[in-house]
Write a protein that binds this ligand. Structure first.
Ligand code: CTP
Length: 426
């Protein structure tokens, strides 16, 4: 049982928030509702109050008969500042529907009504469910505002595609269904209880997990190679975390100078070609593939035997040939029940777009995105911050989940939480 604060902003989809309150209370959660003034034009307070069994607030200056307490709590003896008390008591703040206007305010950090003040004061996880006309949702301003909020750690439940409120219009922008909203809240709540990086005992018991880690090296001659700065730490952290959750783990390490985690089997490879062969060998047996390795996309066409001498050369030209897409090749021959997770190192603003392309293009279940324009996370450092893009249970939608900057071990557990959720939803 958790305390869910629900913020309802103005939009036709506000009626679906009523069903969410019904589902959440039926599941044993205590719910309080705050509304924006505009949302009352769509659904009145009386309906939310009846379903939540608690007073509904619209303004910071309104007296709260429950004094900021949830239905499962005794009200305090003093009269607190209602919006601060409400969010302080909440385990999670869900904003559904979140209108384009509310999303813009939250991205800018405005606190001009009770809903936005609560968002600014919230220290609990915040889940945001946009709902609006497709043109508004796809407007660059809304896209940028959502990216800002995701980067700050807000969980965004993407809207669905279909018929919209305006007659004859179709597109993206329908509020996610109440069942999906509740599942997103419960996932965010479950994750919160594991922020110390502790493992879910036995969450992957009985499963075989294949992890590739490190970076491949493509020989130029007998001593030189084309490589990359991947240290293998993220892949090794995942292998260890998967083992802690009870999985049988095989780690394919490409040029990694780290000790093998206890209880994990390891095979070492050097080149993309060797990695491809080892993957083809291990993949049919695995239930989960975590393709973390940074694989060279090009390799010297004809590596020289011995050492290339510099004497007598004004310049040296190398001819590179593309390597095989290992992950794409494995995905093409996947069997039912396998979960495939790719990792995408992307630079800057278009990172999520590029990663979405990889998720659908390679036919994966999830892609973990790193922004390599930042030096404090990702390659060859201890910490990471990622966004996990995953397909929904029926694969019709893409869900975003931001994992704030944390030690790679903690990020590894957040990724495995997503894997467990994905497998449970299929
Ligand atoms: N990958 C792979 N084989 C390759 C290149 C990449 O299996 N030859 C895998 C990586 O291990 C990673 C995922 O594909 O899990 C995405 O890798 P990335 O290099 O970001 O994507 P590419 O498809 O190579 O696209 P690009 O480099 O053009 O962005």
């Amino acid at each position: 049982m958790s305390r869910i604060l629900l913020g309802v902003s103005g939009g036709i989809a506000a009626y679906k928030a009523l069903e969410l309150v019904r589902l959440a209370t039926a599941a044993g959660h205590a719910v309080r509702v705050v509304q924006t003034p505009a949302s009352r034009r769509f659904v009145g307070e009386a309906s939310f109050a009846a379903l939540s069994g608690a007073p509904v607030l619209v303004s910071e200056f309104q007296r709260d008969p429950a004094r900021g307490s949830f239905p499962d709590q005794a009200p305090p003896t003093h009269e607190p500042l209602s919006h601060l008390e409400l969010v302080a008591n909440a385990d999670l703040y869900l904003i559904a529907p979140a209108s384009a206007n509310t999303i813009a305010k939250l991205a800018a950090g405005l606190a001009d009504n009770l809903l936005s003040s609560c968002a600014l004061a919230a220290t609990c996880p915040v889940v945001l469910a946009p709902a609006m006309n497709s043109h508004m949702y796809e407007h660059p301003a809304t896209v940028a505002n959502l990216e800002t909020l995701i980067a700050r750690g807000v969980h965004v439940v993407e809207p669905g595609t279909g018929r919209l409120a305006s007659r004859g219009e179709e597109g993206v922008g329908r509020l996610a269904e109440p069942e999906r909203l509740l599942a997103a809240c419960e996932a965010a709540l479950a994750e919160r209880t594991r922020t110390d990086g502790a493992a879910t005992p036995d969450g992957l018991k009985g499963l075989r997990v294949l992890v590739t880690a490190g970076g491949t090296r493509e020989p130029i001659d007998s001593v030189r190679f084309i490589g990359n700065s991947s240290s293998g730490r993220m892949g090794f952290a995942l292998a260890q975390a998967a083992r802690e959750r009870g999985a049988e783990v095989m780690l394919l390490a490409a040029n990694v100078a780290l000790p093998t985690p206890t209880g994990v089997a390891r095979r070492d490879v050097v080149t993309a070609g060797e990695l491809a062969l080892a993957c083809e060998d291990e993949f049919p047996r695995c239930d989960v593939l975590l393709m973390v390795a940074a694989v060279a996309d090009f390799a010297p066409a004809s590596p020289q035997q011995g050492k290339i001498k510099k004497s007598g050369r004004a310049r040296l030209e190398l001819v590179l040939e593309p390597t095989a897409d290992v992950l794409g090749g494995l995905a093409a021959h996947r069997r039912d029940g396998q979960t495939l997770v790719g990792f995408a190192a992307e630079h800057g603003e278009r990172a999520l777009d590029a990663a979405r392309g990889k998720l659908t293009g390679k036919g994966l279940d999830a892609v973990v995105v790193n922004d390599i324009s930042r030096r404090d996370i990702g390659f060859d450092v201890e910490a990471n911050e990622v966004t996990i893009l995953s397909t929904s249970g029926d694969r019709s939608q893409i869900e975003h989940h931001h994992v704030p900057r944390a030690a790679k071990k903690q990020v590894a557990h957040a990724i495995l939480d997503s894997v467990e959720r994905l497998r449970a939803s299929r």
